[in-house]
Design a protein around this ligand. Sequence first.
Ligand code: NI
Length: 144
Amino acid sequence: MSCNLESKKMERVTITIEDDLLEKFDQLIELKGYKNRSEGIRDALRNLIAEQEVDSNEEANCVGCVVYMYNHKERTLSSRLVEEHHHHHDIPAATLHLHVDSENCLETTVLKGQVKEVRDMANRITSQTGVKHGWLHVVPLEKV
Ligand code: NI
């Protein structure tokens, strides 16, 4: 992840980091494909700020990505999930469905709304009996 920095005012800062922590960070940024440490640190800061914003403002606009797996042979589960989506059609959503194997389906649903609405909807999906590996990632829409 990176953004166009040409138009942004930048400031050079000096930070102090323990050798072993820096070594791990260097391994991480290489693994993730960052061009340099600055790119990696900027992204880490953005994530930290976004996480804090989401935690502190339930009314902020966001997009949420909820990922979950379920067994489509589980009685009534597929229809319960569809029912959940139709019942809350006021929250814009798009779902990608992958037939993982003969039993399991993986769905990724992208929701748009206030943090509280998105969290509630994600909880209604992932708390259904038979849904496993439920996970939500929330991205605030205000620019960081
Ligand atoms: Ni499927």
